[in-house]
Design a binder for this molecule. Structure first.
Ligand code: SF4
Length: 469
């Protein structure tokens, strides 16, 4: 019986199609219903399309100023982003004046009722000009539609064209109002297409080499990008453009000059890799650097592509030598511990095999906020029998998963963390991380350390209420 109706969903039976229990006897094609609107009555954990554009794709760019065309609520929401640290290094050797500019500031038009009635375009123009006066160091301005401005029909593109001429900087208009799609995933798609169509191919890089790559879908969460960049540097591979972790606005313009695109987050950014291949013949390779085996296999694949496998081998061996003894210790401590992985999308298929094979854990549940069919196919292949796979779980389902599957730890985002803690279950962040980076060899060791520290924290023995599990 591959699909399952949870007890808490008796009043919303349509949820059954979104909850699947892996069984080798079920038909090949069965996967949870996904990428559809949340069923009314469910308290979803999802974000909106605007959040997908700003919070994932463009919010990591180090030298851009963001203007949210909205009542103040969306602007405040847009400020709460992932931990995407940025360096001040610019491709021409100069330094951007403000460290972590992308994390520190956001601006918005603060729309009021009169703007909704009479239109907000003048206010948007004034806001962009004021913001640029306040932050003259910003090299570009990104403006965002939201539900309100999408509904009143303000012409963001016209404002972008007009103000760009006036201020002499690029103004990029992102038209992904919150209601544009069922999840934040729609915002990823819109932002990919917008950046490709408005920027790619409009500038040339300072220099090129025969080993230039685009690192696509790598947002430098807690320093992930810097781990990978170091591996590539040691292999003699040059990251020409990153889309978009620790990148500057101009880097996106010269993505067409890379020899190869490496696609890290394949849910949020395969779009631009495909567009680069179609228009500029830049091939792309999907890569996975979470866990030891995937990291080894993917570095070797990149080394083979460029005819330098011995350099990849050296990077791998150097790192393994450093991490293996501690990883072995942690594996002994974590063996048999049950884990529930709840990510936005791809970490649900990146992590189950490494957690099981390399840390000895047992993945009992996986759930995603916005994964699509292709992602669920991969999840289904990579989890063991009887693992429950849930699309867009609501809060009550989350409690039922904890009660029935009894995870020793949950890997999730901030919204779920405190629910888990209130139920007496350890939980660590895999969106923004605890003590990252989590990618690469040393990153996987960091993840194992955080899981271990969280499960074995003595606080769980001091609870004054009865634990659910
Ligand atoms: S864009 Fe819409 S859904 Fe998103 S925060 Fe604003 S009002 Fe909410």
């Amino acid at each position: 019986m591959p699909f399952k109706l949870f007890e808490v969903d008796r009043e919303i039976p349509d949820r059954e199609k979104h909850i699947y229990v892996k069984s080798s006897s079920d038909p090949e094609g069965d996967i949870p219903l996904c990428n559809t609107k949340t069923i009314p009555g469910c308290m979803t954990e999802r974000g909106c399309a605007f959040a997908g554009a700003k919070g994932v794709i463009t919010g990591a760019i180090k030298d851009a100023l963001h203007v949210i065309h909205s009542p103040v609520g969306c602007t405040a929401y847009g400020y709460g982003t992932k931990r995407y640290p940025t360096s001040q290094d610019m491709p021409d050797g100069s330094r951007f004046p403000i460290e972590n500019f992308n994390l520190k500031y956001i601006t918005g038009t603060d729309l009021k009722e009169s703007d909704v009635v009479f239109g907000g375009m003048d206010k948007l123009k004034r806001c962009i000009i004021e913001a640029v006066k306040e932050f003259p160091e910003a090299n570009a301005v990104y403006i965002y539609a939201t539900c309100t401005t999408g509904l009143i029909g303000d012409d963001m593109d016209a404002v972008a064209r007009e103000v760009s001429n006036e201020i002499g900087k690029d103004v990029v208009s992102i038209n992904a109002p919150g209601f544009a799609g069922p999840t934040q995933s729609k915002g990823h798609q819109v932002a990919n297409h917008t950046l490709f169509e408005t920027l790619v191919g409009t500038a040339e890089p300072p220099e090129t080499t025969g080993y230039d790559v685009n690192l696509i879908g790598e947002y430098n969460i807690d320093g992930d990008l810097w781990v990978l960049k170091k591996y590539f540097e040691e292999m003699g591979i040059n990251v020409l453009s990153t889309f978009t972790g620790d990148c500057c606005h101009d880097e996106i313009k010269w993505m067409h000059r890379a020899r190869l695109s490496l696609v890290r987050c394949q849910r949020s950014a395969t779009y631009i890799a495909r567009l680069l291949e179609e228009k500029y013949n830049v091939p792309y390779m999907k890569v996975d650097f979470f866990g030891i085996r995937y990291c080894r296999e993917n570095l070797m694949a990149i080394g083979d592509y460029f005819g330098i496998p011995e350099r990849a081998e050296k990077v791998i061996n150097d790192r393994l030598e450093k991490i293996e003894p501690e990883l072995e210790y942690l594996k002994e401590k974590l063996r048999g511990k049950k884990v529930w992985v709840f990510s936005g999308g791809p970490k649900n298929w990146h992590l189950p095999e490494p957690l099981e094979e390399e840390l000895g854990m047992e993945v009992v549940a996986v759930s995603t906020m916005f994964e699509h069919e292709d992602g669920y196919e991969k999840i289904k292949k990579r989890v063991r029998e009887e693992t429950v796979i849930v699309d867009d779980p609501n809060s009550l389902e989350m409690e039922e998963i904890i009660e029935n599957y009894k995870p020793d730890i949950i890997l999730s985002g901030i919204k779920e963390k405190y629910l888990a803690h209130k139920l007496g279950v350890p939980c660590i962040l895999i969106h923004s991380y605890e003590n990252g980076p989590y990618i690469g060899f040393e990153g996987f060791l960091n993840l194992a350390r955080d899981i271990h520290a969280s499960i074995y924290n003595p606080v769980w023995e001091m609870l004054e209420f009865e634990k659910v599990v």
